[in-house]
Structures are given as C-alpha cells and as structure tokens.
Design a protein around this ligand. Structure first.
Ligand code: ADP
Ligand code: MG
Length: 270
C-alpha cells in the first residue's frame, strides 16, 4: 500500500483537514480494481458523526467494494480511509462490520452464542477462556436483537432474518463507535427489518455512526438522514433532502429506474 494517499496520512507536525479529523470515516481518493477496469474510482466519502448514512447505487456499483476498501479487506490501488482522524490500522477496535449476508457460508457447526462471542474476539484474544461475563455480554447483545432464546441453536438452523440479527448482535458485542453494514435488510422478514432498524436508531441515539449499504430505495428517507450515491464514481453525498434527488438517482441508476419510480421516491423524502 505504498501509494496509499500519502497526503491523508499526517506527517509529523502536519495538520489534517478538519472534515477528515472530525469524521468517523473519511475516505479519500479510493480506487479499487479487481481486473482491468476499476470497480470504484477515486471515491471521497465523509461520514457525519452520530448520523445514519445510506450508500446506494445499482448492482455492481461498487458499494460492497467501498466498504471493504474502507476496512482494508481489499487493497486499493490508491486512496485511504481515516477513522476519527487516524489511519484505519490504529482504529480497528472502533469499527464493527456486518458483511453482506450472501457472502458468508454457515454450513460449519457454530452456535448462536459463539457467533455473538466472535464480536468480543479482540478482548478475548485467541486462547483466553470465555468467562461468564463475556457470555453475559454476548447474551445481552443477542437480547437486543430478540435472539437470546436461540443462544444454543446452530446458526445454520436459523432463518435468513434470524441469522442477520445474530450478525448484528456480533457487531454490537464489539461496542464500536462506527458501524459499517452491508445490506443489513436484504432478504429479511418484516419483523427482522423492524428489529434491526430499532437497534440502529438506538445506536444513533447513543451517538454512534452508522454507514449502511442499502438496497431498498423506498425506505431511504424513512431510515437515513444522509445518503451517498455511487456508481463506480461518487455521484452525490449529503442530507437526504438535498442529495436524494431525481437528477442524482437518474445519474446513479440510469435506465434501471423509470421516471415515474424516481418521482415517487423523491416525493417520499423526509
Ligand atoms: P455492489 O456491492 O455495489 O453490488 P460490488 O462492490 O460487489 O458491487 O462489485 C463491484 C464490481 O466489482 C462488480 O462488477 C463485481 O462483479 C466486481 N467484483 C466484486 N468483487 C470482486 C472480486 N472479489 N473479484 C473480481 N471482481 C469483483
Ligand atoms: Mg454489494
């Protein structure tokens, strides 16, 4: 990563811009390529502290790639992510990540409480014993998502929505400041969607920052105050009222959304 955005990484005595130092997640100049064409190109994103931001854009727009690059899971060609004004490598303890559900294979035997306990792995280390207080914390997180009674079940035996809640419990167990969630509502039942949004709103009330890839345009204005539109390049970023516009949706989704659909979405804005 020797080319990774040197101007963002503060040299001794050098000021980093206020917008970057105050943001829970500031991405600058992020370009990722899996092949010849970049999947995301020169992306800047500045998350607002204590707010919920939706990352939206069509399939293949690079939404998951952007989160993975922000987390250092994929290696960018250029660019960097700063978390609360410091390089990602020093800030991992403050970030919780929930991957897109389809990307995880739950065939191997693991219980629900074990998954929640994974959220404590930084604290537990590899070989330290799991103590009663750790289990109590994992259970409390499962309780927040309505899954405490399933603690001893195999994760593979749960419905998709239930699995998603358990993933969220694992993220909660990390007690992070910044939550990066990849399509938390994809393919879940209505009760799970309600349970998840309630937890996210609680996190916001606690002053935490949530950045979520969101696929359902009809709930953007109800769930989120900020929006980031991407289609490999950044299209727009800002409050729903100013960035979630017909023009920006048209630019991000092109022919994939009918004019009538766009009009309805924008009329529904908060
Ligand atoms: P989104 O989450 O917006 O649907 P992704 O970030 O998953 O988009 O993917 C962006 C583009 O990069 C797509 O064209 C996808 O096929 C490609 N891509 C994603 N992950 C990989 C990978 N591991 N290897 C090769 N190509 C990938
Ligand atoms: Mg994705």
């Amino acid at each position: 990563m020797k080319d990774a955005m040197p101007e963002l990484v503060a040299e001794a005595g050098q000021q980093i811009p206020d917008a970057v130092s105050h943001s829970p997640l500031a991405i600058r100049g992020m370009t990722v390529s899996y092949g010849e064409e970049p999947a995301i190109f020169s992306i800047d994103l500045t998350a607002e502290p204590g707010a919920m931001t939706a990352i939206i854009g069509p399939n293949g727009a690079g939404k998951s790639t952007l989160l993975k690059a922000a987390l250092g899971i994929v290696r960018p060609l250029s660019g960097a992510a700063m978390v609360f004004g410091k390089p990602l490598s020093k800030q991992r303890a403050h970030i919780a990540y929930m991957p897109q559900r389809a990307s995880v294979d739950w065939d191997f035997p693991t219980t629900v409480i074990d998954v929640a306990l994974m959220g404590l792995s930084r604290e537990l280390g590899l070989l330290r014993p799991v103590r009663a207080r750790h289990k109590a914390r994992a259970l409390a997180c499962l309780d927040r998502v309505g899954m405490a009674e399933f603690a001893d079940r195999q994760i593979g035996q749960l419905s998709g929505g239930q699995q998603q809640r358990v993933f969220l419990a694992r993220a909660l167990a990390q007690d992070a400041e910044l939550y990066l969630l990849d399509e938390p509502f994809a393919g879940v039942d209505a009760a799970t969607e309600r349970a998840i949004i309630d937890v996210l709103k609680q996190l916001r009330a606690e002053g935490k920052t949530v950045v979520a890839v969101h696929h359902d345009l009809s709930t953007v204005s109800e769930y989120f105050e900020n929006v980031f539109l991407i289609n490999r390049r950044r299209i727009a970023e800002g409050p729903v009222g100013t960035a979630f516009t017909a023009e920006n949706l048209q630019e991000a989704y092109g022919g994939r959304l009918a004019a009538g659909q766009i009009e309805q979405l924008v009329l529904g804005r908060a």
